[in-house]
Design a protein around this ligand. Sequence first.
Ligand code: ZN
Length: 502
Amino acid sequence: MDLTEVLGGDEAVIDGVLSEFLPLCEIPHPSRREEAIARFLAGRLTERGWTVELDEAFNLRADLPATPGREGAPLVAIQGHTDMVCAVRRGSGYRPERDPVTAVRDGDVLRTDGKSSLGADCNMGNAAALWLLTRPVPHGPLRLLLTAAEEVGLEGVSRMDASWLDGVQFLLNTDGFRLGDLVVSSAGGRRETYSRELHTVLRRYKTAFRLSFQGFLGGHSGYDINLGRANALKLMALVLGELRETVDYELADLTGGHGHNSIPMDCSATIVVDPPFVPALARAVSHVSNDMRLFYGRKDPDGRLDLAEVAPPERVWTTQCRDSTLDLLSLLFTGVYAMHDTIPDRVSASSNLGMVCTEGDRIEVRTFLRCTIGFSEEILAFQHARAARSTGFTLTSTGYPGWPGDETNPLARRLARIYRRVNGGRARITAVHAGLETSLLAAKNPGMVMVNLGPDIFNPHSTEEQVRLSSLPPLVRLMAGALEELSAPKSAGSRGNKRKKV
Ligand SMILES: [Zn+2]
């Protein structure tokens, strides 16, 4: 097969993929609002002669018969999600449920007008597949699976009937962010919420201070967990925990972080002290500030601890609430727990202490565990459950499993050879420390061999989301090469020599 003949040159591929992607931008499709986009795609695929089915969650399944002569080839599925995280620029007036995404082509980049995210995660991967399947590329029996509500805890795929995967031998998941990365493993996610009643009493002391850790980098609790950045909650737990030994103080407020899923970049607390202890407090703050500069100076240089006198609050936490909360924050594991055995430089297990806040008369603490292997999650979750019990917090959790895989994945190895043949460069077999739908797909059909791939997407889930357009032709060529090769009739001798041939 001459790929240039079948697909055209790079510009033709880019135009073709955009002709599939841009109409999707016209239809608002935030998570759990996929009905319109699913019906649009179902109509489009039905017109093209596919057999289409939609389920109640607005997952879409479409079957395309094989190119004549390739009917006996293994069933290949291409799978991606149709929903998007709608990041909105503050003050832009953009309404994700009603407004289209305005895509702007700017040289080699596709971005938005800055009001919203683009939704290239993951509809650009879907568009690449949709356009490719309008080209005369030889293929075996094909199934397209477009799932809903991925961005809200893999909800759509978890509701998808397992029979939709019956007979599927190979699956290409198009939710990747980096051209040339062939992802064979992803992390499970366990979202933990700790809660206990908040009891307060009238304050006894007179002088109140606000301690604020701020200016840290924070980041994604998966992708950025190994970068050595500070966790503002852990620092606060250290300072306030140690302070208990030398200063008699009351805690009036403790707030920090933004959710389970992001590394906390700030944390503040209001404490009330007996005036004779003020010099000791100032010394403790300056001591921690110095230590912090030494330890985080390179990796998280702008973080600081500020101390400011404030008006004293009326009520403060009971000593028991103060101590149990600080103890819990100290006991919960945060950071990298384990690295991948076989995939270099990839985190396999981590925990992020993400948030502490008060909601009405309750104190709430949130963490997120990411573990590729179930056993490492068991170890961390057990430690956390013990911490909750010993501090009087109740713990609830939700989650999805990991997708353990390694570099022996035969589909990835084959794709790496095809990549070299059709694009000339080297692909990398790797893992991601974040959740992918493949983990739940594997649970529904353990026999499938799966790989995650995609174009170059930068800053997903933000108004700065961008696609590098020149990454689309190599992606389409890789998928075209895969469809052809996975369906190639087995003739005598050709299998045995495949190493030489590809
Ligand atoms: Zn995605």
